[in-house]
Design a protein. Structure first.
Length: 216
């Protein structure tokens, strides 16, 4: 049984034999209660909205007056994202941190991915509907078939994302629309209906980092 944490990053070499404690920035925010306050009045309606489409809301926090952190589960994947109201119409990308449990060989691990998705139209949904996150599920499934000691480099990133970029783009943007719909009900002035961002980029998904953390 392995006694190490695998830290996978295309900018770094494979760290064999060393322990690297990968700290998810969103998890740090969610546990920093000195700077945040949970708003139960907002948590309840969000949980109700997401339960209708089979999402499970785990946490809702305010790291600052202009930031809202949302932590939820869709199928077997955990999602963390922070919506910054000041930058909502300025930044063309939204960052997500995703976690899915799985196995590498006989070892139980957490696959953690930090992605940026190019934002589509900022709009709300009249009636949010269930979504199949097939592309995101395939993305994580591809990690499970990797050789544990295989070289980890940009090629690894390219292989697990190949052919899934548009699917992940569509799934994450739909998830964002559900989030915008909730924000609109509680902060009507924060969401401009059907706002299209002007972006010069044509890169739907950017992989920032992938960590594989042994859990048993």
């Amino acid at each position: 049984m392995l006694d190490k944490i695998l830290n996978i990053n295309p900018q770094d070499k494979f760290k064999s034999g060393s322990k690297v404690h990968a700290i998810n920035p969103y998890i740090v925010h969610a546990n920093d209660y000195d700077r945040q306050k949970k708003d139960s009045a907002l948590f309840s309606p969000l949980a109700k909205l997401m339960s209708k489409i089979n999402w499970h809301i785990l946490n809702l926090e305010y790291p600052s007056e202009e930031e809202m952190l949302i932590h939820f589960i869709v199928d077997d994947i955990e999602f963390f994202t922070i919506v910054n109201f000041n930058e909502l119409y300025l930044n063309s990308y939204q960052e997500f941190s995703l976690i899915k449990e799985g196995f590498l060989g006989n070892s139980k691990v957490n696959f953690e991915a930090r992605l940026e998705v190019q934002k589509d139209e900022i709009s709300i949904l009249e009636i949010p509907e269930k979504i199949e996150i097939n592309s995101l599920t395939r993305f994580f499934n591809r990690m499970e078939i990797q050789e544990l000691n295989a070289a980890i480099n940009q090629k690894f990133y390219d292989e697990i994302i190949f052919g899934l970029e548009n699917g992940i783009f569509n799934e994450l943007n739909y998830i964002l629309k559900v989030i915008y719909t909730f924000i609109k009900t509680k902060h009507p002035d924060k969401i401009k209906k059907n706002f299209i961002l002007k972006s010069q980029s044509n890169i739907p998904i950017i992989i920032q980092q992938i960590d594989i953390i042994k859990t048993d």
